[in-house]
Ligand binder design. Structure first.
Ligand code: DC
Length: 225
């Protein structure tokens, strides 16, 4: 693929976004961006700095002053704070809960959108999140929306040792005013309740090839897309 392209994978919590984004990125040699980890990094930093994550003004102020950089480490983008990668500290239940609060702040979403678009400096991307196809890279032709039955998603989280109320999290993600979770126009919707990750990622890869071929054929015919 000559120009960098972005494959946007959005969807509900525990719908397999991370697993499949990783598999698709590996198969294509693209760089993987986990935007949830970027939101978690801000929540983690606020907790470190003892900033109240339920105070939108205080959180927006952190966004204006924190010192961050993006790094491509073995094909996965990391958001570093003062040169540090928080690593597994991003996965605690305290950080998960704080992330839900900071992710609704419009100034935070603006900051994240800009940083996420900067990731194109690393080349073609597989970017996963909640608003990638609708808000961050709405211009991409490669949009996917993953979902699975709530029972199956709860089972997957429990298998990772995490018990959380996914229905409540989905509701918060879908009902917030700023960039809510929704199916992007033109997205291929995949319900993978009864599918393996090999099947889901295979379906994504086949659809990417189909859309790329259609786009190249349209280009040869001089169709402006
Ligand atoms: O995918 P995750 O569980 O790591 O996401 C953590 C939180 O961040 C979750 O509450 C949804 C939110 N999020 C978001 O609002 N927009 C994104 N693009 C990615 C994550």
């Amino acid at each position: 693929m000559k120009h960098p392209i972005v494959i946007a994978i959005d969807g509900t919590s525990a719908s397999g976004k991370s697993t499949n984004a990783k598999l698709v990125a590996k198969a294509l040699g693209f760089v993987h961006v986990d935007t949830g980890a970027m939101y978690r990094t801000l929540a983690w930093h606020c907790l470190q700095q003892q900033v109240n994550t339920e105070d939108p003004k205080a959180v927006a102020a952190v966004c204006r002053r924190w010192k961050t950089s993006l790094a491509n480490v073995d094909g996965l983008v990391h958001l570093l704070v003062d040169g540090k990668d928080p690593g597994l500290e991003l996965r605690t239940s305290e950080v998960s809960a704080a992330t839900s609060h900071i992710a609704v702040v419009p100034k935070v979403r603006d900051w994240m959108k800009q940083k996420q678009r900067e990731c194109i400096q690393f080349g073609s991307l597989v970017m996963e999140g909640r608003d990638i196809g609708t808000n961050v890279f709405p211009e991409t032709d490669y949009k996917f929306y993953l979902d699975a039955h709530i029972e199956e998603r709860t089972r997957r989280r429990a298998a990772e040792g995490v018990n959380e109320n996914l229905a409540a999290r989905d509701q918060r993600d879908s009902q917030r005013a700023a960039a809510p979770l929704m199916i992007a126009l033109g997205a291929k919707v995949i319900n993978n309740s009864t599918m393996t990750s090999a099947e889901t990622s295979g379906l994504i890869l086949a659809e990417v090839c189909r859309r790329r071929d259609a786009s190249e054929r349209a280009g040869q015919r001089g169709v402006v897309r």
